[in-house]
Design a protein around this ligand. Structure first.
Ligand code: TXA
Ligand code: MG
Length: 338
């Protein structure tokens, strides 16, 4: 299959919607990462998502909407707290886990009784959903296990020959996948941290808890609240190690432990006078910049042929929690404290 990379003109959006209606998959920009979009109500199309990504069947998909009317059809019920979160953070990078209605197939939810719903803020995503006229199932548009795509070229790399079209919306603003939460009464539980932070959630909910799987490896035999959290993820081919400590200790450690092709992933400016080759991922105090650049850095490390990577540890404040969560998985939980 030929894959077209197309600017999101009204004409191309109409073509993309046509592909969706035919049960085909389209690369769709969102404010978080690019999604692999399909008609959530078309069983064959949803199955094709799993095939195109090489995604395990037991990992459910997020359903994307472009109006609150669509929500009522997907969720069996919408608790009061979810309505307040929607009002505060939708459209935007928040995904809510809700009891699923009959209309949502078990293929979308991997047989779980709940459905993940998100109302993206990216105008191209909103327009594509509206033109398609149906809720859109969309995981991140990477091959399973690779870093999520934050640019159309990343999608092209992973999906060329597998899908007919990618809408090029430029670089994603957030750069990490949405915050995923489950809700019950006044409690909001963060299953996956993202652009909507714990502090943001606390402006609406009186109690916010971060699920244990966000920062810790799941013990063998434990069931993940969010199935995606149990897979090795976001990983470049290199062996990645997060190194905590000051900059000079970091470089000393990296120099002592370097192997054939070694890179350091450091904050902006720290590459000056470095003893090893470096790439940078945003300034030290700017967690939003780190989030925006992280996945592109991980992909560039592959392009550079990196085999060993040492990463400066980010702060876990604000969006930093999401940056750290993704890095932990890229590093398969390898963290060194100096
Ligand atoms: O920002 C995003 O969320 C992007 C863009 C494209 O919207 N999408 C995305 O989808 O990251 P995906 O499939 O890569 O990640 C979805 C995550 C997985 O960790 C999955 O296990 C979890 O959401 N999830 C989906 N449905 C769930 C459910 N019913 N209960 C718990 N977790 C669920
Ligand atoms: Mg993903």
């Amino acid at each position: 299959m030929k894959t077209i990379l197309a600017p999101p003109t009204e004409e191309n959006l109409a073509r993309a919607a046509q592909f969706i209606k035919q049960g085909l998959l389209v690369g769709m920009p969102t404010e978080t990462v690019y999604g692999l979009a399909a008609d959530a109500g078309n069983e064959q199309a949803v199955k094709a998502i799993f095939t195109a990504k090489g995604r395990p069947q037991d990992n459910p998909l997020i359903v994307h909407i472009s109006s609150l009317d669509m929500l009522e059809k997907l969720a069996e019920s919408v608790p009061e707290i979810a309505r307040r979160l929607a009002e505060a953070f939708w459209p935007g990078p928040l995904t809510m886990i809700l009891p699923k209605s009959q209309q949502v197939s078990d293929t979308v939810t991997a047989g779980i009784g709940t459905v993940a719903v998100r109302f993206p803020s990216h105008p191209v995503a909103q327009r594509l959903i509206a033109l398609s006229g149906c809720p859109i199932a969309a995981p991140s548009a990477n091959l399973s296990g690779s870093p999520s795509p934050t640019r159309a070229e990343h999608v092209l790399r992973d999906m060329v020959g597998r899908i007919p079209m990618i809408l090029d919306g430029g670089e994603c603003q957030v750069g990490l996948e949405s915050t995923v939460v489950s809700v019950s009464e006044d409690l909001v539980r963060v299953l996956r941290p993202g652009g909507i932070t714990v502090d943001d959630l606390l402006t609406v909910a009186s109690r916010v808890e971060v699920d244990g799987a966000v920062l810790h490896q799941l013990e063998a035999g434990r069931v993940a609240a969010s199935p995606g959290m149990k897979y090795k993820h976001y990983a470049p081919k290199a062996q990645v190690t997060i190194v905590e400590g000051n900059l000079s200790a970091f470089y000393q450690y990296a120099a002592a432990h370097q192997e054939s092709v070694t890179y350091c992933m450091v904050f902006d400016g720290e590459e000056r006078n470095a003893p090893l080759p470096c790439i940078t991922y945003g300034s030290k105090d700017d967690q939003r910049a780190q989030a925006r650049e992280l996945f592109d850095c991980l992909r560039r490390l592959d392009d550079l042929g990196a085999q060993t990577v040492f990463v400066r540890s980010p702060s876990r404040e604000g969006v930093g929690l999401a940056v750290y969560n993704r890095l932990l998985r890229a590093a398969a939980f390898r963290v060194v404290s100096l």
